[in-house]
Design a protein around this ligand. Structure first.
Ligand SMILES: [Fe+2]
Length: 309
């Protein structure tokens, strides 16, 4: 089980200040270096997003995965259509760098597990026949709430011209597992042990690129509150609040400055042992959501396709 989880991703962006502003508005903390912006989730020393200056449009530079048995991966990558490559300039050189059959760059690092996220009070509600709260309001006045800070990066969803080829590569060369899919249009992959339902997802498109990055917040209230607040600040695309069928998570998507999306989520399915999980091939009616508002017209438009194909 070489891949153990997702640790981060890097984007090349045309304007670092714009990128830093967006992610800071989204609740991450930003640190400027000479030519990059390093973004972290609350109370985490580990960078989750790196923004690097680019002369061109936004482009997904690489996705970083925590893994073991890097020598085994090094052997498997070329046998499954990928390439082992030299570390790119401008980024830390540690670990193994590979390109998948479509040219998407992954950095696999053998590092300690990320620090555990602190457990928070359960989200409980008064339900038919089950009252958990009496003589007490669940909600405080709007002004009482601090801006939501994501707890951790959960998953990255990427465009690909061939969803099942991308799935096969991460499963066979990187040792991940297929969690579920909807035909050959979208697919969701997990680490094979103790993983969110998906840490990588793939959506069919003419080219490669970032579709969205997803950050975990405490509960459905925070999914709603964080998404509403960020959408007010950006004034760009917004899809949510809703709930996915595949993965079961509550979602709220806000469009980033470059046309991709940032998702807040809570309550995702968890796969402790992929060998005991039965992947489902869903119909397209379940590909997007179980319920939610209408999907924005450009939700699956790949604004990066011409630059990354
Ligand atoms: Fe997602």
């Amino acid at each position: 089980m070489p891949v153990l989880g997702l640790t981060g991703y890097a984007l090349e962006v045309p304007d670092l200040e714009v990128g830093a502003g967006f992610y800071t508005d989204a609740g991450l903390t930003a640190e400027r270096t000479a030519d990059q912006v390093i973004l972290r989730c609350r109370a985490s020393a580990q960078p989750v997003v790196v923004l690097a200056q680019s002369a061109g449009p936004m482009r997904l530079h690489h996705v970083r995965l925590r893994a073991e048995a890097l020598d085994e991966i090094k052997d498997l990558v070329p046998r499954h259509g990928g390439t082992v490559v030299a570390p790119p300039e401008g980024f830390e050189s540690e670990g193994l760098w590979v390109r998948d059959p479509h040219g998407v760059l992954f950095n696999l690092i053998d590092c300690a597990a990320l620090s555990e996220v602190v457990a928070e009070p359960p989200f409980s509600i008064n339900a038919p026949g089950r009252i958990v709260r009496v003589r007490q309001s669940a909600m405080l006045p709007v002004s009482s709430y601090q801006p939501v800070q994501p707890r951790r990066l959960g998953h990255v969803a990427m465009f690909t011209p061939d969803v099942m080829a991308s799935v096969n590569f991460v499963c066979q060369a990187l040792g991940m597992g297929l969690a579920d899919r909807a035909q050959d249009i979208v697919a969701f992959c997990c680490a094979t042990r103790n993983s969110d339902h998906h840490v990588l997802a793939f959506a069919k498109s003419p080219g490669t690129g970032l579709h969205h990055a997803s950050f975990q917040v405490a509960d459905p209230d925070e999914v709603g509150r964080a998404g509403h607040a960020l959408a007010e600040k950006t004034g760009k695309g917004h899809w949510g609040f809703g709930r996915h069928t595949i993965g079961s998570n509550f979602f709220n998507y806000i469009q980033d400055p470059w046309g991709s999306w940032l998702e807040y989520y809570s309550d995702m399915d968890f796969i402790d042992d992929h060998a005991l999980w039965q992947p489902t091939n869903y119909g397209m009616e379940d590909a997007m959501a179980n319920w939610g508002p209408p999907v924005p017209s450009d939700f699956v438009h790949n604004y990066q396709a011409k630059t990354t194909a």
